[in-house]
Design a protein around this ligand. Structure first.
Ligand SMILES: Cc1ncc(C[n+]2csc(CCOP(=O)(O)OP(=O)(O)O)c2C)c(N)n1
Length: 573
């Protein structure tokens, strides 16, 4: 058996786990590991400019592929810089392994130089964390970390490694375990057949059904099964912000997104439904609005891998704990083999009602009231220029909601955004993580001047590793989403939501070695965007000036029911 140091074992274990890229930043506690990285070329290291970006790159890789991404950061400030990225992945149930360097074991607890209690700090924002206390454990700990991150409800796992566990002169027999067993961790592998049968009966008896699909459908690789079931039944489907792409967005049965900025038809259909089939979603407050007023006439079937999600905020009538793919496959078989069928006339009436809602307010915005380009027009153009087939990585704010509403995702894993934590600064590193792993794909980062400046330093990483992403900056010269809330709730007192002295983004992009493009008129947009995407091997920063007074609509009225919405600045339901 081969003898390896702890540092070598870290790298070898990652290789044996099939990891191609790790994203990181070195420091004292990790120097042995970095030396081991230097001495091999199978696991490639991407040197970011800030540790937060390393975690977002790893996270976006996971969102695009379903496999855990890996970040490597040093102790102390390196680890604390990674905290936002870990929490981002945790809130969206994204598999990720974050290896953090730690001070020497004998110094732990001594306030040593660059010591921070990463076990304590990360505890509330990880699925699990490990501290390595014997170097020979490293392969098993890393195997366990991947196993926990990727199975059941996925999530980030931190592996904290004191420097003396990686000493180059101390060598141990290395073997990477093929599998691991954890006594207290047994994620459920299939749903309860009796519950699935009951749910199917209820589903077939529904008169006003809605399928409500979340990120769990995407991470659970169940989009095909969900689509097949919806098609077989001819039932409408609405997706959460995290679930966009789980069902084809351009299909007639798609109602688009639901919730705070959901479509009129999706929110109306939810409110009036008699049966909601929720798959891989968690009745988040951005979906339900006032829980006490949530969908008063609906029975609820809730399929989720995590028992803790069931009846957490909204009581499920039929809970099914299990992997979405397996449960939906069983449901499909039952529906296909059933003698019962949905009541055709009831379903016809339901579709007529939905189409009427869609015709009344579906996905429209006004271009009349201003000469300025509308942000929605930019997203529609992005969809057109990329044939709806790009990876769209977004930051957080109005631009994120416009992208969610107006880019029609027909495939899963294409919409990459921070839904749960809402992390500004996510977009650019996320786009980088996707582009590195899918070099031939069109990868866009939809952002705003606030968000892009939170990790703008990564333009330098893009240059070093040749990551020609296209940055679509919807420039409204403000923290638009904050300004919108101030307009709506604080009589337009714009406290610190306008950004003065913005940099010249064109010059800034050029300073980093990229291409900058300024677009001020809608007439110029299509040509400019086509040119940007035609520049296959150049990063292009498109600084697009949009109407700074635009709001995102619909917007649910706080603490109301799902159907209580502002439809524009003056009209509400
Ligand atoms: C790290 C972080 N800080 C603060 C916020 C609160 N926040 C949410 S949206 C937003 C404004 C975003 O502005 P910008 O990126 O310019 O996008 P816009 O809304 O103008 O499209 C802010 C400050 C956040 N989500 N994340």
């Amino acid at each position: 058996m081969e003898l390896l140091s702890g540092a070598e074992m870290v790298v070898r274990a990652l290789r044996d786990e099939g990891v191609k890229y790790i994203y990181g930043y070195p420091g004292g506690a990790l120097l042995h590991v970095y030396d081991a990285i230097f001495q091999q070329d199978e696991v490639q290291h991407i040197l970011v400019r800030h540790e937060q970006a390393a975690t977002h790159m790893a996270d976006a890789y996971a969102r695009a592929t379903g496999k855990a991404g890996v970040a490597l950061v040093t102790s102390g400030p390196g680890a604390t810089n990674a905290v936002t990225g870990i929490a981002t992945a945790y809130m969206d149930s994204i598999p990720m392994v974050v290896i953090t360097g730690q001070v020497m074991s004998h110094l732990v607890g001594e306030d040593a130089f660059q010591e921070t209690d990463m076990m304590g700090i990360s505890r509330p924002i990880v699925k699990h964390n490990f501290s390595v206390s014997h170097a020979e454990e490293i392969p098993t700990v890393i195997k366990k970390a991947f196993h926990i991150a990727q199975t059941g409800r996925p999530g980030p796992v931190v592996v904290d490694i004191p420097k003396d566990m990686t000493t180059p002169t101390e060598r141990f027999e290395y073997e990477y375990p093929k599998s691991v067993k954890l006594r207290s961790y047994n994620p459920i592998s299939r749903g309860h057949s009796g519950q699935i049968k009951k749910a199917t009966d209820l589903l077939l008896a529904a008169r006003r059904p809605v399928i409500y699909a979340g990120g769990g459908v995407i991470m659970g690789e169940a989009s095909n099964e969900l689509t097949e079931l919806a098609k077989l039944l001819n039932y409408p489907v609405t997706c959460t912000l995290m679930g966009l792409g789980a069902y084809p967005g351009t299909d007639r049965q798609s109602l688009g997104m639901l919730g705070m900025h959901g479509s009129y038809e999706a929110n109306m259909a939810m409110h009036h439904s008699d049966l909601i089939l929720c798959v891989g979603a968690r009745f988040d407050d951005r979906v339900t609005n006032g829980v006490d007023k949530f969908c008063p006439t609906a029975k609820i079937i809730h399929i989720d891998i995590d028992p803790a999600s069931i009846s957490k905020t909204v009581k499920a009538d039929i809970p099914i704990v299990g992997p979405a793919q397996g449960v939906l496959t069983e449901m499909l078989e039952l529906v296909a083999g059933s003698k019962k069928h949905p009541d055709e006339s009831a379903l016809k009436a339901w579709w007529e009602q939905i189409d009427e809602w869609r015709a009344r307010h579906g996905g429209r915005y006004s271009t009349d009231d201003s000469e300025l380009m509308k942000p929605q027009q930019v997203i529609e153009m992005l969809s057109k220029v990329t044939n709806g087939d790009a990876y769209v990585c977004s930051d957080v704010g109005q631009h994120q909601m416009f992208a969610a509403q107006y880019y029609k995702f027909n495939k899963p894993n294409r919409w990459i955004n921070s839904g749960g934590l809402g992390t500004m600064g996510f977009g650019l590193p996320a786009a980088m993580g996707v582009k590195l792993n899918f070099p031939d794909a069109d990868v866009a980062c939809v952002t705003g001047e606030g968000s892009i400046q939170m990790n703008i330093q990564e333009l330098s990483t893009c240059k070093q590793y040749d990551l020609p992403v296209k940055i679509i900056n919807l420039n409204n010269q403000s923290l638009g989403m904050v300004r919108q809330w101030q307009d709506m709730n604080y009589e337009s007192r714009h406290s610190h939501s306008y950004m003065k002295s913005l940099p010249d983004f064109i010059k800034l992009a050029e300073a980093y070695g990229h291409v900058g493009m300024k677009v001020e008129k809608y007439e110029d947009l299509e040509a400019a965007m086509r040119e940007a995407f035609a520049l296959k091997d150049r990063l292009v920063f498109m600084d697009i000036y949009v109407d700074p007074f635009e709001h995102v609509y619909p917007m649910q009225v706080a603490r109301g029911s799902m159907r209580d919405m502002w439809l524009n600045k003056t009209e509400r339901t």
